[in-house]
Design a binder for this molecule. Sequence first.
Ligand code: PLP
Length: 409
Amino acid sequence: MLKINENFLELQDSYLFSTIAKKVSDFQQKNPNVKVIKLGIGDVTLPIPSSCINAMKSSADELSKKETFKGYGPEQGYDFLKSKIIEKDYKSRGIDIDLDEVFISDGAKCDTGNIVDIFSKGNKVAITDPVYPVYLDTNVMSGRAGKYDEKTGMYSNMIYLPCNSENNFEPDFPSEVPDIIYLCFPNNPTGTVLNKTQLKRWVDYAKENKSIILYDSAYEVFITEDDIPHSIYEIEGAKDVAIEFKSFSKTAGFTGVRCGYAIVPKSLMGYTEDGREISLNKLWNRRQCTKFNGVSYVTQKAAEAVYSEEGQKELMQNIKYYQENAKIIRDGLREAGYTVFGGINAPYVWLKLPEGVKSWDFFDKLLNEAGIVGTPGVGFGPNGEGYFRLTAFGSKENTIEAMNRIQKM
Ligand code: PLP
């Protein structure tokens, strides 16, 4: 008789986005004349830079000719893209990365989810709270999370690192030392960042405790302030303790095209039960070669074009557009009397609700009184209660109108 992986039964159904969709559709049916403005979306809305599209078209043409056709590519990605990444994202910041430390993938969701394959089930895992749910659910699926407690909204074996206005969204070291630490900065959902000094504390902590940091910097392109690291490897010693995940999704509008990469330094070690040191780079390489057959040539050519002069110019126009929206949201909410976080180095603005207001109640109020859709903070974890996420991925006109409506509420 077939047995299932019962860890899957420990997963909590995410009602977040389905509940939002249902509430919005009910509202729209009752109020057909109200133009609903959606500031809950985490997907980009502006088109992909034409440099990338042209690269896709010409590489597709190559595939149509016998002389230039390509079949399976390297599982780790083509050197033309890996060397561009090394030059533009790392060397330019004084960081040395080797070609065989770069692994091209179909995105940061897959990488941050799949990476758990190479770690023992016995590892203790820390996540920030609120959190991008993939880190939690993939550890539930692989049996590391323990049992779910309905009352607390937490799993028994996970270590939660609260991030809230009291600690200025800088996670503190937990009382129990984790083996695996997920950090995501600029953060989804809070839009907050760590500066170099703050991140260095975590790098030193991981080194001291022989832990690993899984660093997701999918939103790195949104950083505007000087002291904020664009890569964890800007921090001394990080190559001994961190894997970094990046994505072209938010950078260049590749959410549908699918391309990202992971950096797994060769100096990064894990340990066997009997204390032998094993290279994580070798394990990840083996994992990818077995379970992944590479990203399409056309996609990698499009990603390469991200680094061209024209590509950079085009994509930064889009990023600036989103950054302006984030500023409109920040300023608008402040004028309306709210306390806001994030939105300076990220496309997310994290709004602190007045004392005692629950995030779902605020969702209903915002929808019913202003026709605006956002995301309740509690949907990202227990410490998101009392907060609300608005995103900068809407149109400028809608964003301005949304702030006008909120100010009149
Ligand atoms: N990491 C974080 C923190 C995200 O918020 C998202 C998407 O919303 C992703 C990763 C997914 O990235 P990708 O599209 O590259 O899979």
